[in-house]
Design a protein. Sequence first.
Length: 186
Amino acid sequence: MTTQSVLFTKEPLWLENRQGTRHKLPINVQSWTYESDSLTQRLRNYYGSGVAIKILFHRWQTPFLSERRLLKLPEHHYSLIREVLLHVNDKPLILARTIIPSATIKTAKSNLSKLGTRPLGEVIFSYPKLERVAMDVTLIDRPTWRPSIIEQTGIILPIWGRRTIYAIEHKGMLVSEFFLPEVIRS
């Protein structure tokens, strides 16, 4: 079987964001989880223009089962999977995993398949018809992360994350973001 992720040893367990979920999250995590604007822009507002992207994984693969279900994709349907590390001065801030089906790429006029080191948020938040469809939250323990990611980021404690379904002209994509200790302190 081919690798579906360089971040995880197994698919994380996600919890649907229901009424009251917010109050179960630590205050500093709530601020990042429920940020309605671009996380990249928020990072730049705080850290300045030194926020950078390191591409960890960028290829066409079959997403995890829960990702396929959320995006209503057939079992063997390939999507563009992009995993990145957002950092400033080599301090890891956010890990992100994006699932972009081909129909969404076509709707976005291929802008989403040619991001390079441009942040996804910089592109999708420029679309006037961007919709936030749904969101889940997770707390990922250390054994779920791949050893190479633990080494790069210094993950010791469980890490909170969110995954959001965005739609551009009703074509969905899934963006998962994981808040590393440095960003939670900011």
